[in-house]
Design a protein around this ligand. Sequence first.
Ligand code: SF4
Length: 463
Amino acid sequence: MNGPRKLYVKSFGCQMNVYDSRRMADVLAPHGYVETAAAETADLVILNTCHIREKAAEKVYSELGRVRRMKEAAAAQGRRLVIAVAGCVAQAEGKEIIRRAPAVDLVFGPQNYHRLPDLLARAERDGKAVDTEFPIDDKFDHLAAPDRAAIRARGVSTFVTVQEGCDKFCTFCVVPYTRGAEISRPVQKVLAEVEHLAEAGVREVTLIGQNVNAYHGEGPDGRPWPLARLLERVARVDGIDRLRYTTSHPRDMDDALIAVHRDLPQLMPQLHLPVQSGSDRILAAMNRRHSRADYLDVVARLRDARPDLALTSDFIVGFPGETEADFAATLDLVDAIGLSGAFSFKYSPRPGTPGAEMDDQVAEDVKSQRLQRLQETIDRNQAAFNRRCLHRTFDVLFERPGRHRGQLVGRSPYLQPVQVDAPVSLIGEIAAVTVTEIASNSLFGALVQAQQPPVSALLSAGA
Ligand code: SF4
């Protein structure tokens, strides 16, 4: 394909997909594609799909209906709009997507997007192209690095994939099937990417992976490095002031990783650590490989290392066999930990996973009612955490203009968005902010004046 083309990528689901979408744009940039925010003007629309949430595939088909109408409108104007479906639904459904939605030109899985230019050429030549193989070559070796302008446009806080795939096989989850076995990127390649981002002005990096704390990438010494060591090394990259990592499995929180929460000032005091259920019976049925006590023990060790750690989690309600007593144990766990937030979902069977074959599926109305109760409990804990931030002062990294004139939005160390009246020149800067107001779980703050030294007020989890 020649000449400038407009690319629209819509990302569904996790941060991994957001990262992948950006890398797809990077792969296509040298081939003349520029990103647009207006799908109807695009020459190529990519839906980067997620299979983890309820009715994911159905949502993709309904979105495809909308894009098909755009394609027809473009054709009426003599323009060709190419439709591509990427990500985990593409991996799981393959050719079925083109059978059900014939307007789709291209289907490719999460491990194949480095081949996008070839796939587009194939689709143009043959009409359609499908690529859902797990290639033996490493896609990261073939990805073009984004230019400075693209990095700056994406903001001062960004993701870097360090690990992909999962070997845990939780019985509700499709990831081991759609993303494949665990692989970790070598340390030097991760460092090269972080250095490139830092040179373009990125201040905060979140290392991401489906099971990021199982990271075991090859170090410069030729030996596998654990995540703790990678974090320590990335923290030494000039310009990187803040680090985070997600998503972790409780089983892989080893002592070294817990220790970096104490010893590495760049590592922000916030961790997303999915637990899924508070009941041992359900955790076993989910094949989570940890008990409630194991989880609480990890949390206690983490808080020993970093008392102000803000913890968030994931929950699934209504997993097959979940009784009222199992569910009560989940509610109790949320209160016991004092979460600063959580994602919660009703269980929905994923074809091909063991959970989908289990007999004792929970009725839909029971799931809905439990979800509501769980969300009320999470909201109450989140509100309590946020209330403890009121009148505290901490550093905020300013990311973008706010909704109102003169306002910026930044992130607290605990990952909460904070809205502050501040000049645009502060975007990309870290400044001390005092939280002055909390409304519907949104934090509002005021800049600490230059003459007042910034106070790094740490929150005590029990405060
Ligand atoms: S740990 Fe479990 S839930 Fe997480 S990606 Fe792996 S299989 Fe899925």
